[in-house]
Design a protein around this ligand. Structure first.
Ligand code: MG
Ligand code: MG
Ligand code: MG
Length: 306
């Protein structure tokens, strides 16, 4: 029976590329593995796959009675609906520990690094498995994406070292230029509807019994959306009602100005205000230096719901 490797819902480049590189590693270790994805391949991930001439993982959303190795998450809210019927054999991740539990022992490679692909690079080193050029390119793209080309506070020395090693293998001389090209592609928002923008990089969380949804757009110039804040807030409100969320949030992250405009729709805005010690104006606030949902939003918001 093959093991499926698969990342979170609404897959980002790390979820796509890490599923592929983990499956390759498992196959090299003598375990038959097939990379999968729970949703559409986004523009940035398509660019990375095309650059390194690799096909996308297969689309698969049901894993009942299958062996599953999860990458880039451990929250039930980001898992396939039937995950309780899957046999989870391992986790590779770099987020807070989520609420997925298992009935059998499993292998966990969870480290507080900037990207699951950095954890994977360390796994390849541990097992002394050579990384092929195309796989190295995918891992490189994932790390540059997750760390916002080293700007994110989640970026560590291990991530920078992994990028340098992988760039050599993938024969990418100017990896920073490659990373910025990825963010140019990610910054295309003109033709997208408000709901597409909110859901482009969106995650659900269960915070002490309350459902919270947080989307993030990482843009080279977030001012291109200044005129659409009202429209985006209306759409957040609709989403919140439709999905029974307590709070729906959209981070409009400006990677050059290094901060985020946060749009909030909430049953109780004061919970958000207290968590970040800010006053929302028209359900909006600028958070200076805020680039990371995982490190600068969730650790403050989650305790506020206790
Ligand atoms: Mg991810
Ligand atoms: Mg990641
Ligand atoms: Mg990200």
């Amino acid at each position: 029976m093959a093991i499926y490797t698969c990342g979170h819902k609404i897959p980002d480049s790390d979820s796509i590329c890490s599923a592929i590189s983990l499956a390759y590693l498992l196959n090299k270790l003598g375990k038959k593995a097939i990379p999968a994805r729970q949703g559409e391949v986004n523009l940035e991930s398509s660019f990375i796959l095309e650059t390194f001439n690799h096909e996308a993982p297969m689309l698969k959303t049901s894993f009942a009675n299958e062996e599953l190795y999860i990458v880039d998450y451990s929250d039930l809210a980001q898992a396939p609906e039937d995950i309780s019927e899957a046999n989870i054999i391992g986790i590779v991740d770099h987020h807070k520990l989520g609420d997925i539990t298992t009935s059998c022992p499993l292998e966990c490679w969870i480290r507080p690094l900037g990207c699951s692909s950095t954890v994977l690079k360390q796994m390849y080193d541990f097992y002394k498995i050579d990384i092929p050029k195309d796989i190295a390119g995918l891992m490189l793209g994932a790390i540059l994406s997750d760390t916002i080309v080293f700007k994110s506070p989640t970026c560590t020395e291990d991530d920078i070292k992994a990028v340098k090693d992988l760039a050599k293998i993938a024969k990418v001389d100017d990896y920073k230029a490659f990373g910025m090209k990825m963010f140019e592609i990610k910054s295309q928002v003109e033709n997208a509807s408000a709901s597409e923008l909110i859901k482009r990089d969106y995650k659900d969380f269960n915070m002490h019994g309350q459902k919270i949804g947080i989307g993030q757009l990482e843009l080279i110039d977030a001012s291109v959306l200044d005129k659409r804040h009202g429209e985006l807030k209306k759409e957040l409100e609709l989403l919140r009602q439709k999905e029974g969320l307590h709070t729906a949030i959209l981070l409009l992250t400006d990677i050059m100005k290094e901060g985020s405009t946060v749009l909030v729709s909430s049953k109780q805005e004061d919970i958000f205000e207290k968590a970040f010690n800010v006053k929302l104006e028209d359900s909006t606030v600028w958070l200076d230096d805020c680039l990371s949902r995982k490190k600068q939003i969730i650790p403050f918001l989650e305790p506020a719901f206790k």
